[in-house]
Write a protein that binds this ligand. Structure first.
Ligand code: FAD
Length: 388
């Protein structure tokens, strides 16, 4: 490990990589520490998500102002970035469907919220829904043309490659295990893969440790009140080319969002949705692929490493979507993947704050969805907040 760095970033997920690029382009000396074997290798949120570019519909200004602002901004920056650097992404559009009268009135409220957030939106009636997705059945739907899909692994890899070229250093298999304040800067203690430990000094530190962000925050400030309540989201998949009843034109199709009440509190969910995927050939050309994912079906994760099998029954996935996608049969579905979100207990928004114990440490806490969409906007926010 080299001697000292101006800025240390903890975690090389999509947020850490975007930050490294943003800061290195400003001429800052940046090191990114990652405990996984490499960037895009190993388990984190950025490698196991739905790959949806959100429009910014769901987040109200009052309880989720950061998500509201940075999702909409991130959406615009992300499309531009993907186009410029050839990262597979498509502006597929999205339907948020209502299948009964109660859901229709919920959609009316979300229409108002979308307009408040400056998100392009239109209400569709039953016939218009069919014009967009002939196999989808709904009484009404919100059409969000700025929603889309991106290849998350390709995005992370491109950010990493550009950040490295701009001078950022990435050190993998290196876990941050302690942070203490010095008169000049901070001391960062690390553990390498072979168990050996080391330390180095840094001027400032950004905690973008995803599922472990609360633990890293407590290394600087043992009194930090934030706790991650890891949320496991499982996804199945089907092939839209397998039967005519499954053929989709390639939009994201979501149910009406709803609240879920658990022992830990009341949470909001976007629901189990249909999301198309991208196919990329060896030349890097991409197009809409045959696979459509169905998820996430959420449950509390047993641990922060609960990425393995043991999916909920297929019938549960089917039950969630058959109301608006009646052509789907249980036997069309097969397991796709499980991911875990860094959801904060009792905090619906992301929390970005300088540690009260040492303001040279900036904590980015609870970056759950729409963190993939918002990553480039989050990086800009950090750059302006830290560097002015
Ligand atoms: C099932 C699921 C579906 C989702 N769908 C969407 C979607 O469709 N659209 C969307 O916009 N968002 C979505 N998200 C959210 C999105 O994936 C995350 O918000 C985003 O990936 C967060 O990135 P990150 O870099 O903050 O965290 P992560 O990707 O989790 O990266 C954090 C990194 O920090 C490293 N780390 C942790 N602790 C340490 C330590 N002590 N020392 C060194 N390294 C450390 C970890 O190994 C990890 O690599 C979804 C998430 C899940 C789980």
């Amino acid at each position: 490990m080299p001697e000292g760095f101006a800025i240390t970033v903890v975690g090389a997920g999509v947020v850490g990589c975007a930050l490294a690029l943003e800061l290195a382009r400003e001429g800052e000396e940046v090191v990114v520490l990652e405990m996984n074997p490499g960037v895009s290798r190993g388990e984190n949120q950025s490698s196991r998500n739905s790959g949806v570019i959100h429009a910014g519909l769901y987040y109200d200004q009052e309880t989720r102002p950061l998500k509201a602002a940075l999702c909409v901004k991130g959406n615009r920056i992300l499309y531009r970035f993907c186009e410029r650097y050839g990262v597979p992404a498509l502006r597929t559009g999205k339907l948020v469907v209502a299948t009964n009268r109660e859901e229709c009135s919920t959609l009316d409220r979300y229409l108002g919220r979308a307009l408040e957030n400056n998100v392009p939106v239109r209400m569709l009636n039953r016939e218009q829904v069919r014009e967009y997705e002939p196999r989808v059945r709904a009484e009404a739907a919100l059409l969000l043309p700025s929603s889309g899909i991106v290849d998350p692994a390709a995005l992370v890899h491109k950010l990493y490659a550009l950040a490295s070229s701009a001078g950022a250093q990435f050190v993998s298999e290196t876990e941050v295990v302690g942070i203490s304040s010095l008169t000049e800067g901070l001391e960062v203690k690390v553990r390498y893969r072979d168990g050996a430990e080391g330390s180095f000094s840094t001027g400032r530190l950004v905690n973008s440790a995803g599922l472990y962000c609360d633990r890293v925050a407590r290394m600087v400030d043992p009194a930090s009140p934030y706790r991650v309540d890891p949320l496991r989201g499982e996804a199945m998949k089907f092939y839209r080319t397998r039967r005519p009843e499954l053929s989709m034109s390639g939009m994201n199709v979501y149910p009406t969002p709803r609240k879920v009440i658990t022992d830990q509190g009341v949470y909001f969910t976007v629901g189990v949705h249909l999301t198309p995927t991208l196919d990329t050939d060896l030349q890097g050309n991409f197009s809409l692929g045959p696979v459509v994912t169905v998820g996430p079906l959420n449950r509390q994760a047993r641990s922060r490493g609960d990425f393995g099998g043991g999916f909920q029954p297929v019938r549960e996935f089917h039950k969630q979507v058959c109301g608006f996608f009646p052509g789907l049969r249980e036997e069309d579905l097969e397991p796709h993947q499980a991911g875990i979100q860094s959801r904060l207990v009792a905090n619906p928004d992301w929390v970005f704050e300088f540690s009260p114990a040492d303001p040279r440490c900036l904590n980015l806490l609870g970056i759950d969805s729409p963190g993939l969409t918002g990553a480039l906007a989050i990086a800009r926010w950090v750059r302006t907040t830290m560097l002015g």
